[in-house]
Design a protein around this ligand. Sequence first.
Ligand SMILES: [Zn+2]
Ligand SMILES: [Zn+2]
Length: 230
Amino acid sequence: MEGGVTISAALIENYLHSRPRLVRWIEWLAGRRYRLAHFGGRRTPLVVIAHSFRDSSTSRQVALAAEQDWSGVPNRCREAYDEILFSAPEILVLQLRRKNLCGCLGHRHPVVGEGPFAEPHEAFGGAGIGEIDIAWRRVETWQALPLTDIAFDAQFLDGTRREEFRAHQFRLKTLSIMLHEINHLVAPQEPENAVLERSLSFYRDTLAGYMEETMASLSLTIDRSFSRLE
Ligand SMILES: [Zn+2]
Ligand SMILES: [Zn+2]
């Protein structure tokens, strides 16, 4: 790393805070907020989730997907993206939107447009900065694997379980789209079908892993309630 700067959440927070008060006020009044997240135990890329104050709870879900769900997915799913995350920019700005006019789930941005990160700053010590966007309302309704999604959904007929499933599913979809766009960022020449195949496999396998775990805990609960009837 150039300049001996170690990218961390504290460093970014200090930088954001060190900007002129007027700039920060204008940003705050415009509703712009930043939330920071790592991929599990990885130091980089540090994800800066740029969002509107109205989407604060969704931004928390996105952070949870990177920080918590990433660590919980099967090893081979993480390994498929090891190299890609290793080559990713150290600071990754994720613009969280409700929708994109073009209807896409997400994009990689050829240049960083998010105000505080658009220009190199000495605080970053020459660290790489990249940017992507994700349209979360589009992600919510996106059927990544129509048949699997419906089959899994049908297994959770009772309300609370189904909500839990859908929340988890949303986070896994978001995670797979993040990885898809980072893949584009890191390897712009890799053809779309290869990038898509990798991210869909990631989603398919992580969802299957989650289902396996959930069904196991579910049948455990059923066993217990049966034994209570005896
Ligand atoms: Zn588009
Ligand atoms: Zn793509």
